[in-house]
Design a protein around this ligand. Structure first.
Ligand code: FMN
Length: 235
């Protein structure tokens, strides 16, 4: 399999760094192809604006989705975006590796999504979304470290269920563009765990990445289950 890891952490010695190294080593040793975009190390620019393009549709008014559609037709994406798109198209499985920051993605990774998941049919649009999306048939997974312990992210916990916090990413980004979404790999409170527990988590992650092809997925409804107003049909 071809695995593409988008890694968003500024410190290589962090738990996130250890998770990505574990995945890289385990997958490569098993004969898989692994490509890592280490966004901080690359100095990836997360700011989405006219620099996304080598083409221009309208010099007077910047409409990002219109510029994306134009760039899709005229091969006008900036090289730093095109190279990430190429990695997406090549992969069988995408992994987003990140620490939970403010209940969401670190800005550098949100910016990667803002810039690389372009509309106009290249990554989504023109009827290509959800299970009819461009990446239908590929899998994706979030591997997330979380500052707080599990109870605070339980259904009655103060922060609310982690599945709901990750919904905008799992559903709104990954499933939106067609990926089948694997249940996330979660490490809670890595700063508070000892070396033994750390090793257990890394071993579990090694097992998870070696079973990406059949790891359990989140069962989101399919487009055929919705009516013309995109509301679930009554049964
Ligand atoms: C800017 C920032 C925002 C954070 N937001 C959250 C948050 O919303 N929820 C949470 O549980 N932890 C939050 N944390 C803690 C991180 O999730 C935690 O430090 C990280 O997952 C630990 O992994 P690491 O050792 O690889 O950095 C935040 C940390 C930072 C720096």
């Amino acid at each position: 399999m071809r695995i593409f890891i988008v890694h968003a952490h500024p410190e290589p010695k962090s738990f996130n760094g250890a998770l990505t190294r574990t995945a890289q080593e385990a997958l490569s040793a098993s004969g898989h192809e692994v490509v890592v975009s280490d966004l901080y190390a690359m100095g990836f620019n997360p700011v989405s604006d006219r620099r996304n393009f080598t083409t221009t549709l309208d010099v007077n008014f910047y409409r990002q989705q219109a510029e994306e559609a134009n760039a899709a037709v005229h091969d006008g994406f900036a090289p730093d975006i095109q190279v990430e798109m190429d990695k997406l198209f090549r992969c069988d499985v995408l992994i987003l590796q990140f620490p939970l920051w403010w209940f969401g993605l670190p800005a550098i990774l949100k910016g990667w999504v803002d810039r690389v998941f372009a509309s106009g049919g290249r990554i989504y649009g023109g009827g290509k979304w959800y299970d009819r999306g461009v990446f239908a048939g590929k899998r994706a997974m979030c591997s997330v470290t979380i500052g707080g312990p599990p109870p605070i992210y339980s259904s009655r916990g103060l922060n609310g269920p982690i599945a709901e916090i990750l919904f905008p990413i799992n559903h709104g980004m990954l499933y939106f563009v067609g990926f089948t979404v694997i249940e996330p790999f979660l490490v809670h409170a890595p700063a508070r765990i000892g070396d033994d527990e750390r090793r257990i988590f890394l071993d579990r992650y090694r097992e998870r990445v070696l079973s990406l092809a059949h790891a359990p997925t989140i069962a989101y409804p399919k487009l055929a289950e919705f009516d013309d107003m995109h509301v679930l049909k009554s049964t």
